[in-house]
Design a protein around this ligand. Sequence first.
Ligand code: IMP
Ligand code: MG
Length: 171
Amino acid sequence: MRAAGEILIPEDRIAARVREMAAAIDSGTAAGATLSVLALLDGAFMFCADLIRHFKSPVHLAMVPVRSVARGGDPSRIRLPELFPVKGADLLVVEDILDTGQTLDSLSRHLRSLEPRSLRIAVLLDKPSRREVTLEPDYIGFEVPDRWVVGYGLDDGGLYRNLPYIATIGD
Ligand code: IMP
Ligand code: MG
Protein backbone atom coordinates (compact mmCIF):
# COMPACT_ATOMS: atom_id res chain seq x y z
CA MET A 1 0.00 0.00 0.00
CA ARG A 2 1.39 3.38 -1.00
CA ALA A 3 1.08 6.11 1.63
CA ALA A 4 -0.67 9.41 0.92
CA GLY A 5 2.04 12.10 0.78
CA GLU A 6 2.03 15.87 0.76
CA ILE A 7 -1.28 17.76 0.77
CA LEU A 8 -1.57 19.52 -2.58
CA ILE A 9 -4.97 21.17 -2.16
CA PRO A 10 -6.41 21.57 1.35
CA GLU A 11 -10.08 21.15 2.19
CA ASP A 12 -10.90 24.88 2.50
CA ARG A 13 -9.44 25.68 -0.94
CA ILE A 14 -11.47 22.89 -2.50
CA ALA A 15 -14.67 24.13 -0.83
CA ALA A 16 -14.09 27.72 -2.00
CA ARG A 17 -13.29 26.66 -5.56
CA VAL A 18 -16.27 24.31 -5.77
CA ARG A 19 -18.54 27.21 -4.77
CA GLU A 20 -16.99 29.41 -7.48
CA MET A 21 -17.47 26.67 -10.05
CA ALA A 22 -21.11 26.21 -9.04
CA ALA A 23 -21.69 29.96 -9.40
CA ALA A 24 -20.08 29.95 -12.88
CA ILE A 25 -22.19 26.96 -13.94
CA ASP A 26 -25.31 28.68 -12.59
CA SER A 27 -24.62 31.83 -14.58
CA GLY A 28 -24.12 29.76 -17.72
CA THR A 29 -27.44 27.97 -17.27
CA ALA A 30 -30.48 29.32 -19.11
CA ALA A 31 -33.09 30.89 -16.82
CA GLY A 32 -35.71 28.34 -15.84
CA ALA A 33 -33.70 25.39 -17.17
CA THR A 34 -33.38 22.08 -15.36
CA LEU A 35 -29.88 20.62 -15.38
CA SER A 36 -29.22 16.98 -16.20
CA VAL A 37 -26.11 16.26 -14.14
CA LEU A 38 -24.14 13.14 -15.02
CA ALA A 39 -21.50 12.24 -12.44
CA LEU A 40 -18.88 9.69 -13.44
CA LEU A 41 -18.27 7.13 -10.72
CA ASP A 42 -16.43 6.35 -8.69
CA GLY A 43 -14.12 9.35 -8.74
CA ALA A 44 -16.63 12.21 -9.02
CA PHE A 45 -18.95 11.23 -6.17
CA MET A 46 -17.66 13.72 -3.59
CA PHE A 47 -17.07 16.61 -5.99
CA CYS A 48 -20.51 16.17 -7.50
CA ALA A 49 -22.24 15.97 -4.11
CA ASP A 50 -20.61 19.25 -3.04
CA LEU A 51 -21.06 21.00 -6.39
CA ILE A 52 -24.75 20.39 -6.95
CA ARG A 53 -25.86 21.53 -3.52
CA HIS A 54 -24.95 25.10 -4.55
CA PHE A 55 -26.96 25.12 -7.80
CA LYS A 56 -29.96 27.41 -8.08
CA SER A 57 -31.59 25.43 -10.90
CA PRO A 58 -33.40 22.12 -10.37
CA VAL A 59 -31.25 19.05 -11.03
CA HIS A 60 -31.82 15.61 -12.49
CA LEU A 61 -28.93 13.53 -11.16
CA ALA A 62 -27.44 10.37 -12.64
CA MET A 63 -24.35 8.81 -11.07
CA VAL A 64 -23.01 6.23 -13.47
CA PRO A 65 -19.92 4.01 -13.34
CA VAL A 66 -17.44 4.67 -16.13
CA ARG A 67 -14.26 2.69 -16.68
CA SER A 68 -11.53 4.85 -18.22
CA VAL A 69 -10.27 4.08 -21.74
CA ALA A 70 -6.82 3.42 -20.27
CA ARG A 71 -8.32 0.63 -18.15
CA GLY A 72 -10.05 -0.95 -21.12
CA GLY A 73 -13.40 0.85 -20.79
CA ASP A 74 -15.65 1.99 -23.62
CA PRO A 75 -17.48 5.11 -22.39
CA SER A 76 -19.85 5.00 -25.39
CA ARG A 77 -21.45 1.95 -23.77
CA ILE A 78 -22.45 3.89 -20.67
CA ARG A 79 -25.87 2.87 -19.33
CA LEU A 80 -27.91 5.93 -18.46
CA PRO A 81 -30.93 5.59 -16.15
CA GLU A 82 -34.17 5.33 -18.13
CA LEU A 83 -35.74 8.46 -16.65
CA PHE A 84 -32.62 10.64 -16.98
CA PRO A 85 -33.34 13.40 -19.56
CA VAL A 86 -30.65 13.70 -22.26
CA LYS A 87 -32.27 14.47 -25.61
CA GLY A 88 -32.99 18.21 -25.66
CA ALA A 89 -31.65 18.56 -22.11
CA ASP A 90 -29.00 20.81 -20.61
CA LEU A 91 -26.42 18.21 -19.75
CA LEU A 92 -23.53 18.73 -17.33
CA VAL A 93 -20.89 15.99 -17.07
CA VAL A 94 -19.04 16.00 -13.75
CA GLU A 95 -15.66 14.24 -13.62
CA ASP A 96 -12.90 14.05 -11.04
CA ILE A 97 -9.81 14.49 -13.21
CA LEU A 98 -8.92 15.06 -16.83
CA ASP A 99 -5.74 13.18 -17.66
CA THR A 100 -5.11 11.99 -21.25
CA GLY A 101 -8.66 13.12 -22.10
CA GLN A 102 -9.48 9.84 -23.87
CA THR A 103 -12.35 8.93 -21.52
CA LEU A 104 -14.15 12.29 -21.67
CA ASP A 105 -13.49 12.62 -25.40
CA SER A 106 -15.15 9.29 -26.13
CA LEU A 107 -17.97 9.91 -23.67
CA SER A 108 -18.78 13.40 -24.92
CA ARG A 109 -18.88 12.22 -28.56
CA HIS A 110 -21.39 9.59 -27.52
CA LEU A 111 -23.47 12.03 -25.46
CA ARG A 112 -23.56 14.53 -28.35
CA SER A 113 -25.03 11.82 -30.56
CA LEU A 114 -27.95 11.66 -28.09
CA GLU A 115 -28.74 15.30 -28.99
CA PRO A 116 -28.79 17.25 -25.73
CA ARG A 117 -29.66 20.95 -26.07
CA SER A 118 -26.32 21.78 -24.46
CA LEU A 119 -23.37 19.79 -23.15
CA ARG A 120 -20.92 21.16 -20.62
CA ILE A 121 -18.09 19.43 -18.79
CA ALA A 122 -16.90 20.25 -15.27
CA VAL A 123 -13.71 18.65 -13.95
CA LEU A 124 -12.25 19.20 -10.52
CA LEU A 125 -8.66 18.57 -11.61
CA ASP A 126 -6.78 18.94 -14.85
CA LYS A 127 -3.38 17.44 -15.75
CA PRO A 128 -2.81 19.29 -19.04
CA SER A 129 0.71 17.90 -19.49
CA ARG A 130 -0.76 14.42 -20.08
CA ARG A 131 -3.34 15.37 -22.73
CA GLU A 132 -3.55 13.15 -25.85
CA VAL A 133 -6.67 14.66 -27.43
CA THR A 134 -7.96 18.20 -27.86
CA LEU A 135 -10.57 18.64 -25.20
CA GLU A 136 -11.38 21.84 -23.33
CA PRO A 137 -13.62 21.34 -20.31
CA ASP A 138 -15.99 24.24 -19.65
CA TYR A 139 -15.12 24.39 -15.96
CA ILE A 140 -11.84 23.39 -14.29
CA GLY A 141 -11.21 23.47 -10.54
CA PHE A 142 -7.44 23.20 -10.32
CA GLU A 143 -4.51 22.39 -12.56
CA VAL A 144 -2.26 19.69 -11.08
CA PRO A 145 1.23 18.55 -12.07
CA ASP A 146 1.92 15.14 -13.62
CA ARG A 147 1.77 13.28 -10.30
CA TRP A 148 -0.66 10.63 -9.07
CA VAL A 149 -3.11 12.37 -6.75
CA VAL A 150 -5.64 10.96 -4.30
CA GLY A 151 -8.43 12.12 -2.03
CA TYR A 152 -11.74 13.93 -2.41
CA GLY A 153 -13.00 11.01 -4.51
CA LEU A 154 -9.77 10.06 -6.26
CA ASP A 155 -8.16 6.74 -5.45
CA ASP A 156 -4.97 4.75 -5.61
CA GLY A 157 -5.85 1.09 -5.97
CA GLY A 158 -9.28 1.78 -4.43
CA LEU A 159 -7.90 3.59 -1.38
CA TYR A 160 -8.03 7.21 -0.17
CA ARG A 161 -11.27 8.32 -1.83
CA ASN A 162 -12.51 9.48 1.58
CA LEU A 163 -9.72 12.00 2.26
CA PRO A 164 -11.24 15.51 2.47
CA TYR A 165 -8.21 17.03 0.65
CA ILE A 166 -6.14 16.26 -2.48
CA ALA A 167 -2.74 14.73 -1.79
CA THR A 168 0.10 13.28 -3.80
CA ILE A 169 0.98 9.65 -3.32
CA GLY A 170 4.37 8.39 -2.11
CA ASP A 171 5.96 4.96 -2.29
P1 IMP B 1 -8.21 9.93 -19.03
O1 IMP B 1 -8.45 11.42 -19.05
O2 IMP B 1 -9.01 9.17 -20.05
O3 IMP B 1 -6.75 9.60 -19.14
O4 IMP B 1 -8.67 9.29 -17.67
C1 IMP B 1 -9.09 10.00 -16.58
C2 IMP B 1 -9.34 8.99 -15.47
O5 IMP B 1 -8.09 8.46 -15.02
C3 IMP B 1 -9.94 9.67 -14.26
O6 IMP B 1 -11.34 9.58 -14.29
C4 IMP B 1 -9.36 8.89 -13.12
O7 IMP B 1 -10.18 7.77 -12.84
C5 IMP B 1 -8.04 8.39 -13.61
N1 IMP B 1 -6.90 9.21 -13.14
C6 IMP B 1 -6.05 9.91 -13.90
N2 IMP B 1 -5.10 10.52 -13.14
C7 IMP B 1 -5.41 10.19 -11.86
C8 IMP B 1 -4.79 10.52 -10.59
O8 IMP B 1 -3.78 11.25 -10.47
N3 IMP B 1 -5.38 10.00 -9.48
C9 IMP B 1 -6.48 9.19 -9.54
N4 IMP B 1 -7.09 8.87 -10.71
C10 IMP B 1 -6.55 9.37 -11.85
MG1 MG C 1 -12.53 8.50 -12.91
